[in-house]
Ligand binder design. Sequence first.
Ligand SMILES: C[S@@+](CC[C@H](N)C(=O)[O-])C[C@H]1O[C@@H](n2cnc3c(N)ncnc32)[C@H](O)[C@@H]1O
Length: 352
Amino acid sequence: MPTKKRKIKSKASPQAEMRSLIAGYWVSRLIYVAARLNLADLLKDGPRTADDLAARTGGNGPALYRMLRTLSSYGVFTETPGRRFKLTALGSTLRSDTPASMHGFALFLIGSPVWNAWEDLEFAARTGQLPFDRLYGKPFYGYLNEHPENLKIFGEAMTSLSGTENPEFVAAFQKVYEPGRVRTLIDVGGGFGSLLALILKKNARLKGVLFDLPAVIERARQDRHLTAAGIAGRCSFVEGDMFESVPRGGDAYVMKYILHNWDDEHCVKLLRNCRQAMNAGGRILVADSVLPPAEKPDWGKLLDIQMMVVVPGKERTREEFAALFKRAGLRLTRIIPTRCPLSLIEAVDARA
Ligand SMILES: C[S@@+](CC[C@H](N)C(=O)[O-])C[C@H]1O[C@@H](n2cnc3c(N)ncnc32)[C@H](O)[C@@H]1O
């Protein structure tokens, strides 16, 4: 009988593995250039040569060819006969005009001012302080407030993530939502309102309040999400500082990607503000990563380092969330994982 040949899996040497990790930023920067030049948008109707793309972007053909060839080796494009490049499913995520686009996320995460702050990660390692604040002389949200262009890119980055994550979070929300008990939902730090819009779209009896800093609310009022038909009439906008107070009268307070931006002191202050403002029987619904124990790989662990560089926050474990809630007079009631990195973490008044 013929013996079956066994396939031997080639495993990269530790050196080769480390080389790839070390050069990881080369790939990031290539993706950044592709996003800046809107290459995915230009390829959406069919393959083009590097020279054609160069002519449309004011770029250099031979340089673009080499970049596209390398990105093709990572599956972002495919090189077809005649040196024409075609968009793949992976590359399509860089289109700016699709609901789950990663275009804004690429521009924000790999571009300045975040990129410049990452250069000083060693400063965080040595001092435990924030590279962003050291470099720009002010906190991240203060900086955004003064730089409308960066605020816009940040808003688009959050919308990028929301495209895939909001439906997952809303599926978890539907599991805890009781229409008879939750009439008004307040989205604290709700950004341009994409999450609130999706929740209101799914639940026709629910009213929503979008709460954020003044510059963000100004944009959100014009944004497509909460101005959409069937939603606009059920949503109001409130601007303010959540560490001062949050709007009163909510039956539920959603905070997505908020607690992970702040240190424990700020989180406790914010959670207390929510507890004081909410109706009797109200609940807090946090959307954040919940870090798994030990060395299990998890996106939240990398996101934690982004927090270390840019804002005074961190990603937390279940126990850390429970401790935060306790200090704010709340009680963690359940955690509902989703198919994306976010979990829904629910808390109620500890006296309830
Ligand atoms: C990481 S973003 C999350 C946005 C949105 N929840 C989402 O998931 O797309 C944090 C939000 O908190 C808002 N924010 C920061 N400081 C704030 C404050 N002191 N009061 C109210 N909102 C604030 C920011 O403007 C921003 O929209």
